[in-house]
Design a protein around this ligand. Sequence first.
Ligand SMILES: Nc1ncnc2c1ncn2[C@@H]1O[C@H](COP(=O)(O)OP(=O)(O)OP(=O)(O)O)[C@@H](O)[C@H]1O
Ligand SMILES: [Mg+2]
Length: 366
Amino acid sequence: MAVFEDGPWEVTSCTNGSSALEVMRDRGVDILLTDKNLPDVNGLELMAEAKRINPLAEAILITAYASLESAISALELDAFDYVLKPLNNVFEIRKKIERAADKQRIAEENVALMKDLELRNSELQVTLMETKRLQAGLIQSEKLAGIGTLAAGIAHEISSPLFGVLGLAEAIGEEDDLSTIREYGEEIVTYAKSIREIVLGLSNYSRVSKREYFSNVSLLKCVNSAVQLIGRGEASQGVEINIDIPESASCNAQPNELQQIFVNLIRNGCEAALDAYPDGGAVVAVHCEESESGTLIKVVDNGVGVPPENHRSVFDPFFTTKEPGKGTGLGLNIVYRLLTKFGATVSLDSVPGLTTFSVVFPRDKE
Ligand SMILES: Nc1ncnc2c1ncn2[C@@H]1O[C@H](COP(=O)(O)OP(=O)(O)OP(=O)(O)O)[C@@H](O)[C@H]1O
Ligand SMILES: [Mg+2]
C-alpha cells in the first residue's frame, strides 16, 4: 500500500468488508478499491454504501477474470473501473485511482457549477418578477396619465362654450331689449348644444369618428362663429381680426370639432399678438386658399413667434409657455388630434413678428 500513500489523499486499508463499512461511515469515502468477493460483506454492497455516504464516490472493483464480461459487469455495477488479480502492477492501480480522483473532481466542479447556476437562475427569477411588477405598475400609471389627459382635454374643450354661456347669461341680466335677449338666448342654446356634443362624443373618444358624422361645413361660417366665441372672453380684446375666406370654401368635418380647431388657433394667435402689442397693433388674420390638392387655411399673427426649439413640442399635450394657471397646453394637441381625425394636417412657420399655422384639408378623393 506504500505506493498509494504519497498521493494527495489519505488511505485506509481494511482486511474485511465490515471494517471497511465502519471506516466509510465513520470518516467518509471518496474512492473505494474493493474486491468483488469479500469473505463477509459483498463488494457490491460496499459500493452501494459508499455511494449512499458520498454520491460522488468512485469505486474500482478488483476481479479475478480478465474477460470482457467481467469488465462489462463491473461497469454495470456502477464501478468506475476494474483491476485484475493478482495485484502485481501497483502503478497501473495508482493510475486508475488518479483517473477516478480526476473524474470525481470534475463531478464536484459540475455540482458546484450547477448550484451556482441554480442560484443565478433563482436570482433571475426574482429580477424577472420584480420587472413584471414594475411593468404592471408602469402600465397602470400610463393608463392613469391617459385618463388625466382625457379629462383635462374635455375640460379644455368645454371651457370655451361654457365661457360663452356664462357671458351671455350675465349680459341678459343687464339687457332690456327683448330682441337682443332673444338673440343671446339663441346663442346660449348653440353653445349648450356644443357642450352636449362634446360630452356625447366622449363615448367615441378613442375611436376615429365615422365619416357618416362628417358634413360639408362652411369655413367662413365656422371661423366667424369661432371668432364670436373668442370675443366672449378677454383673449381677443384689442386685437384686429381679419378674415378672408371665400363663401364657397368648405370642408368635410364634424362642425363642432372644426370650430374648436379655429377657436384654439385664433385664440393662441390673439394671445401671442397681444403679448407683443399690448397697447394696440395686435393683428390676427385667417386666409383661405383653394387649390387642386385641397383647401389651405392659414391663421397668421404678428406676435412674438415660436422659437425653433419649440416647433415640435407645441403640439404635445401639456406643453405650454404660459404662466402656471394661465394655459393648460392642450389647445394645439386638441387641434392636432381632431385634424388627424379629419385626414387633415397642420404645420407651423414662425419668425418673430410672423407666425403661421397652416391647416390643409386634402381634396376628397371619392
Ligand atoms: N400663435 C402662437 N404664437 C406663439 N406661440 C404659440 C402660438 N400658438 C401656440 N404657441 C405656443 O405653443 C404653446 C402651446 O399652445 P397650446 O394652445 O397647446 O397651449 P396654451 O395656449 O399654452 O394653453 P391653453 O390652450 O390651454 O390656453 C403655447 O404655450 C405657446 O408657447
Ligand atoms: Mg392655446
